[in-house]
Design a protein around this ligand. Sequence first.
Ligand SMILES: CC(C)(COP(=O)(O)OP(=O)(O)OC[C@H]1O[C@@H](n2cnc3c(N)ncnc32)[C@H](O)[C@@H]1OP(=O)(O)O)[C@@H](O)C(=O)NCCC(=O)NCCS
Length: 164
Amino acid sequence: MPIDIRPIAPEDIPAIVALARTTWLDAYAEILSLAQIDYMLAQRYDRARLMADIANPEKWLHQAFIDDVRAGFAACEIHKDEFKLDKLYIHPGMQRKGAGAALVAHAAALAREHGYPGVILAVNKNNAQAIRAYAKYGFQVRNKTVTDIGDGFAMDDYIMIKPL
Ligand SMILES: CC(C)(COP(=O)(O)OP(=O)(O)OC[C@H]1O[C@@H](n2cnc3c(N)ncnc32)[C@H](O)[C@@H]1OP(=O)(O)O)[C@@H](O)C(=O)NCCC(=O)NCCS
């Protein structure tokens, strides 16, 4: 199936916000509380925040289409001098069709183009499906982090790296 990677534009924001919510509720149902999912979605997928991300030259937001149907999206950014894959979400009905692999390949190409020696990401320690996918994409665990994100919530993550 043809997979097409396109930049995310302001007019795509409502569809991306909806896709994020559907995917988070499915992926994190048994990992995070609904209160934490709502809190994190409100923080990260606020329209003004996404508009600022699109305008930021150190952030890259892309979406993947399979047969012209929006399957998922990814966001990359420079984080403390490293190239970070900050978001990767594929709609539950479109998973396992290669969209995640295509978006990661795109992120790796961007990192290479900008002279970075690797791509890093943070993934919840209990997100076995994503950890398995990242291992297939060439990522390995570098270290563990626990980050306080406010309101009594924390993120308990592995930091993974894919050397380029
Ligand atoms: C993890 C994710 C990004 C992978 O993208 P994808 O397009 O579904 O995956 P790909 O087609 O590139 O396949 C890569 C691997 O992912 C794993 N995978 C993807 N979907 C899966 C599913 N529904 N069940 C089990 N494993 C799955 C498999 O290991 C797969 O390899 P395989 O088919 O050779 O066994 C995607 O499944 C997703 O968005 N998951 C929910 C949200 C999430 O956890 N995002 C990561 C946050 S850090």
